[in-house]
Unconditional design. Structure first.
Length: 327
C-alpha cells in the first residue's frame, strides 16, 4: 500500500450535484477564489466570462474513458499554469450557455467522486508524481486537494447570461486581482456589507448600489456619494445599544427605495457585520413574513461568519413580538 491507495466510505465522501441560482454563486463569495469552470468554448470565453473562471469545454461523447481522463488532466495543467489553484474547492461551480452544461457538470461530479473514493485514481491522473517523495507533484497536489475538500458541484442555473444579467460587474474581462471584497446579497434589493466592503463611488456604481444605510461615525468621504441615497443610523458598537429605532427607520428606507425604483439595491454597512446583520434580520421578519428563527437561518446560510450572540438577538425577539412598526 502507498499513500494513493487510501479508500473512503462512499456514503461519506459522495460528491453532491446541485443546480443553483446566480445569487448562490455570488454569495460564495467569488472573492475567496473558488474553482469556477466555463464550459461554453474558448471563443465565448474570450468574449467574456465570470471572474476567475477557467475554460473547460465539454469533450466529444465519442471519447474513451482514457481520453476523457486526458482532457481532465490537460484542464488541471491549465489551472496550475495560470496559478489559479483553488483556495476553496468546495463547491466547484460549472456554467455554460443557459442550462446546456448539465451533462458536463454531472460528469465532473462523478469524476471528482472517483478521486475522493479511490486515491489510486489520483495516481492515474498524476503518473509522473513520485510516490516516495515528500514533495507533491502539482497535479497530485491539485487532485488530492479536490479529493479531500470538494463536497459539491454546482451547476449555475441559466448559465453565463443569467449571472451576467444580475451581476454584470463580475463578468466580462475582470481579473481576480482587480476584484474587491463583495457584500452578500441577502434578499431582493438588500445587500449586507462588512468592514472590508468599499464605500467608493466607482465600486458602488459597479454593483449598482442606489441606497446606503450607514453609521455617521464611519470615516467616509460623504461628497463622493452624490447620487446615492443615504440613511444614517446613529448606532454605536456596544452590547447595550438600542437598535429598535434603527430597525424601523431602515425598513421604511428600504421600502421607500423599492417603491421609487424597482431596481433599487440597498447596501447596509453599519461599520461591521453584526449591526448590519441585525437590520437584515429585522427586515426579513417584518417584510418577508419570516419568523426570527427562519430569518436567522437564512442570514447564517448566506454568510456563516455572522455570530448570533452579536446581532442583538434578544432585542430582536422582543421587537418582532411587537406589532408596532411605522412605515
Amino acid at each position: 500500500h502507498n499513500r494513493f491507495s487510501k479508500r473512503y466510505d462512499r456514503r461519506v465522501m459522495e460528491v453532491r450535484f446541485k443546480v443553483v441560482p446566480p445569487v448562490k454563486v455570488f454569495n460564495l463569495p467569488l472573492y475567496e477564489h473558488h474553482l469556477v469552470i466555463d464550459t461554453r468554448g474558448e471563443e465565448s470565453y474570450q468574449r467574456g466570462h465570470v471572474v476567475s473562471a477557467i475554460c473547460y469545454p465539454p469533450w466529444s461523447p465519442t471519447l474513451s474513458n482514457e481520453e476523457q481522463d486526458a482532457s481532465l488532466l490537460k484542464f488541471i495543467h491549465k489551472v496550475i499554469d495560470e496559478c489559479l489553484r483553488p483556495e476553496n474547492p468546495d463547491p466547484v461551480v460549472v456554467y455554460g450557455n443557459g442550462d446546456d452544461a448539465f451533462e458536463h457538470a454531472q460528469w465532473l461530479a462523478k469524476r471528482l467522486e472517483i478521486l475522493k473514493t479511490d486515491r489510486l485514481s489520483v495516481a492515474k491522473l498524476a503518473p509522473t508524481a513520485s510516490k516516495q517523495s515528500e514533495k507533491l507533484d502539482p497535479v497530485e497536489y491539485f487532485c488530492l486537494t479536490i479529493a479531500d475538500k470538494t463536497r459539491e458541484v454546482w451547476l449555475l442555473q441559466g448559465g453565463y447570461d443569467a449571472f451576467c444579467k444580475e451581476y454584470d460587474y463580475l463578468c466580462g474581462h475582470l481579473t481576480f486581482v482587480e476584484m474587491a471584497p463583495l457584500p452578500h446579497h441577502m434578499t431582493d434589493h438588500v445587500y449586507l456589507g462588512s468592514r472590508a466592503v468599499l464605500l467608493e463611488a466607482g465600486y458602488l456604481n459597479n454593483l449598482h448600489i442606489t441606497h446606503l444605510i450607514l453609521s455617521p461615525h464611519q470615516s467616509i468621504d460623504w461628497e463622493q456619494l452624490t447620487g446615492i441615497s443615504v440613511l444614517k443610523c446613529d448606532v454605536k458598537d456596544t452590547d447595550y445599544q438600542d437598535m429598535t429605532g434603527c430597525w424601523s427607520a431602515a425598513i421604511s428606507f428600504i421600502e421607500n427605495a423599492k417603491r421609487e425604483n424597482r431596481s433599487a439595491r440597498v447596501l447596509i454597512k453599519l461599520v461591521g457585520r453584526s449591526r448590519s446583520a441585525s437590520v437584515v434580520l429585522a427586515y426579513l421578519t417584518k417584510m418577508c413574513h419570516m419568523s426570527l428563527e427562519q430569518a436567522w437561518k437564512h442570514v447564517h446560510d448566506v454568510c456563516n461568519k455572522i455570530d448570533q450572540s452579536l446581532v442583538y438577538y434578544e432585542q430582536l425577539q422582543l421587537w418582532t413580538s411587537s406589532k408596532e412598526i411605522c412605515l
